[in-house]
Ligand binder design. Sequence first.
Ligand code: DAH
Length: 345
Amino acid sequence: MNELLKIKEDALSQIEACPDLKVLNDLRVHFLGKKGPIQEAMKSMKTMAPEERAAFGQVSNEVKQAITAAIDEAKVKLEAAAINQKLAEEVIDITLPSFHVHEGTKHPLTMIEEEMEELFLGMGYQIAEGPEVELDHFNFELLNLPKDHPARDMQDTFYIDENTVMRTHTSPVQARTLLSAKGKGPIKIICPGKTYRKDDDDATHSHQFTQCEGLVIDENITMADLKGTLQVFADKIFGEGREIRFRPSFFPFTEPSVEVDISCFSCGGKGCSICKQTGWIEILGAGMVNPKVLDMCGFDSKKYQGFAFGIGLERVAMLKYGIDDIRHFYSSDLRFLNQFNRKDS
Ligand code: DAH
């Protein structure tokens, strides 16, 4: 019995002092295993009297339970200590200052383009696309500009070869859209996209620029529809209350043709530097689709009419954001681009 109590004391003090889980496991194997001191002491039971044996058995069980309980308790403590130690060792030092990450922003032309798309999609238009390297046939001929037509001089053209050009406007998408509709209306599209002209770059000219074309074809379309549509455009893009003015003009693909002015959004019509003291700002070209264009593109011009317009998006952005030089759009100068819609400064 004394032997058992000594084993217990010995075990408890070693468990108490145990430094880690591995040693604890060794202690468990040693004290509770088949070859351990308790098993050893129990061998002497064979020679004991029955009462003594029962008492011995009881004590040896109590000793085993006490050791098991002590080991379990120590295990919980050592496991927690191991986790804490790991956390302490693996702690991440987040005190080093990070680099400032600059978030990009939308290009001002993209902003205008998306504003236009949202506006016209809301009025039931679809967005059409066409190639930037375009056939003369679509860029000019189907738009009532045959070869050697003097109006071709209105647009200085980059020729790829005799029959291929960098499109000088987005109007060829009108011809493409009409042809693919195979003579059947209605059509309501806009086409924003890049365009090219052989201009020397300066504050108001760029050899590459952006237009947004509009085309509506149906029965009974009149100039009043064109005017109402452009009024919505002017109010949405330049603010409620704009007035619209049509001036007679000429484009081979529209008849009649107009230049469209809006009342100056800066001075309200009184005259200022933006409207050059006139109270009006020229904003786009438009007109009723020339019946010749409809016929050439497979539409019956007796049944269908339509209107079309072409807007220079740089000009819209320059007016809206007070930009004084078209080259800013293409210089990729962050000092310019950072002025638009920044979120992180
Ligand atoms: N394509 C013309 C240009 O580049 C702009 C234009 C004028 C487009 C009248 C049209 C229109 O659709 O009806 O200068």
